[in-house]
Design a protein around this ligand. Structure first.
Ligand code: ASP
Ligand code: MG
Length: 419
């Protein structure tokens, strides 16, 4: 039997009517001849509520009990989905993580998969069951305790099952109808993509297109699991949504596929640090230890005998999420107090945003950066920091120009046009 994984997110199972709607989509695939593994999230808002209950009950909570409580939302939807399918005449049963078993590490609330043995579920398919409804987001540790995978983890559960069971495809049903060239709230010209490569999706996901958990895309790329993102609120068919796939499957590809942005960035500059071997390690080591996610880094050209400083000095600039500024500042002040680094000033700019153009086509095309900078300059947007990778160019700009920059770049790269 060909096998399909279908994942329904929280809004797609938010109430009994929506569970019924999702069950109908499952039934249709069964009628087409598929065995189906359904992965469900908790009803929308449920996980937040459970987290709140834990935090109200215990400030320094036992992480094992946190997982026991917070994983329970998925158990409810898995059981309800199985019941609904049975009512429709589809042979189905629910599976909690430990029953499969979904073996994970014991890193509670951030567990990772170890393995998913197929035997139990395969035996039920062999008995005539057509659907296995699996609770997403959870697993079981080597110690036999319930674990969870981190928020948004059901996407990753879905991809892991698709890989373990060799599914034809992993369909992610959600409240949007696909992946767009950029956020449609920023420009109405944003266009739904038919296909996007894993690597591009990874850049877009981590840059703030919050449709898929980043880890699920990494896993899909590693195991070449074809992922489809589509709406559970529309009539859908084989051509609906966006396919996230290997780049070999994408015939015609534009140089740039999408524009991503991240609003809540901050830029920190250490003014006049010594320019000597080891200075970068002395700065970024303590930042890493403090858990600061440094993103872009720029070191200025050094100047000899700058002002009253003998020897070479430089400015070191980096960006990080705005909510980590306090931590970054403390790490730098502590490093200075401990004599590890020295600087004259620590300048923080909390009014910046990051805008990135992403596309696998950049690997083989020159001139993308020039075109990007020209488009921004035409709008009088000043670029504060630039970073590039093989398939991405990112700039840090004043936050107030973020929407304008996204719109200008979307136009400049003709992303409203198909193909
Ligand atoms: N219910 C979990 C969460 O809200 C997992 C998921 O839905 O992916 O994070
Ligand atoms: Mg999600």
């Amino acid at each position: 039997m060909p096998l399909l994984v279908m994942k329904f997110g929280g809004t797609s199972v938010a109430d009994l009517a929506r569970i019924e709607n999702a069950a109908k989509k499952v039934q249709r695939e069964v009628e087409r001849g598929y065995d189906v593994i359904v992965i469900v999230s908790a009803m929308s808002g449920k996980t937040n509520e459970l987290v709140g209950w834990v935090e109200t009950t215990s400030k320094l909570y036992d992480a094992r009990e946190y997982d026991a409580v917070v994983s329970s939302g998925e158990n409810v939807t898995a059981g309800l989905m199985a019941l609904r399918l049975q009512e429709m005449g589809v042979p189905a049963r629910s599976w909690q993580g430990w029953q499969v078993p979904i073996n994970t590490t014991s890193a509670h609330s951030a567990a990772r998969f170890v393995d998913i043995p197929r035997a139990n579920i395969d035996a039920k398919f062999a008995e005539g069951f057509k659907v296995a409804v699996v609770a997403g987001f959870q697993g079981v540790s080597p110690e036999g305790r319930i674990t969870t995978l981190g928020r948004g983890g059901s996407d990753t559960t879905a991809v892991a099952f698709a890989a373990a069971f060799g599914a034809e495809r992993c369909d992610i049903y959600t409240d949007v109808d696909g992946i767009y060239t950029t956020d449609p709230r920023i420009t109405s010209k944003a266009r739904k993509l038919k296909k996007i490569a894993f690597e591009e999706m990874l850049e877009l996901a981590s840059l703030g297109a919050k449709v898929l958990q980043t880890r699920s895309v990494e896993l899909a790329m590693r195991y070449k699991v074809r992922l489809r993102v589509l709406s559970s609120f529309e009539d859908t068919d084989e051509n609906s949504g966006t396919l996230v796939c290997d780049e070999d499957e994408i015939m015609e590809s534009k140089v740039v596929s999408g524009i991503a942005y991240s609003r809540d960035e901050a830029k920190i500059t250490l003014v006049t640090v010594e320019d000597r071997p080891g200075i970068a390690a002395a700065i970024f080591g303590p930042l890493a230890e403090a858990g600061v996610n440094v993103d872009m880094i720029v070191q200025n050209i050094s100047e000899k005998d700058y002002d009253d400083h003998p020897g070479a000095v430089t400015d070191m600039t980096f960006s990080c999420p705005i909510n980590q500024v306090a931590r970054a500042r403390k790490a730098m002040e502590d490093a200075k107090a401990a004599g590890l680094i020295n600087y004259d000033d620590l300048a923080v700019d909390e009014d910046v945003a990051k805008v990135s153009v992403v596309g696998i086509g950049m690997r083989s095309h020159a001139g993308v950066a020039a075109k990007m900078f020209r488009a921004l300059s035409a709008e009088n947007v000043n670029i504060k920091v630039i970073a590039t990778s093989e398939i991405k160019i990112s700039v840090l700009i004043d936050r107030k120009y973020m929407e304008l920059a996204v719109q200008a770049l979307h136009d400049a790269f003709d992303l409203h046009k198909a193909g």
